[in-house]
Design a protein. Structure first.
Length: 75
């Protein structure tokens, strides 16, 4: 798992202060990245989204997207 942390930091460096991966609007990459972050968080015992506050905020914003929030809640 420790091998992932430098890669996460690189992604966050590229992401900068953007709300989503490529800017202010959601793209298809965000759907994949959201699931990847949740998966890594699960594997790491829930520390990824707390250690990387930006990822916690990202997941929070993503999970509140219109229509997605309703579908995600139903899962």
């Amino acid at each position: 798992m420790n091998e992932c942390f430098p890669l996460i930091e690189q992604i966050l460096g590229v992401m900068g202060d953007k709300k989503y991966l490529c800017g202010p609007e959601v793209t298809w990459l965000d759907f994949m990245f959201f699931e990847l972050v949740l998966f890594l968080d699960m594997l790491a015992g829930g520390v990824v989204r707390t250690h990387y506050v930006q990822l916690g905020d990202y997941c929070e914003n993503f999970s509140k997207l219109p229509k997605f929030a309703e579908a995600w809640k139903d899962d």
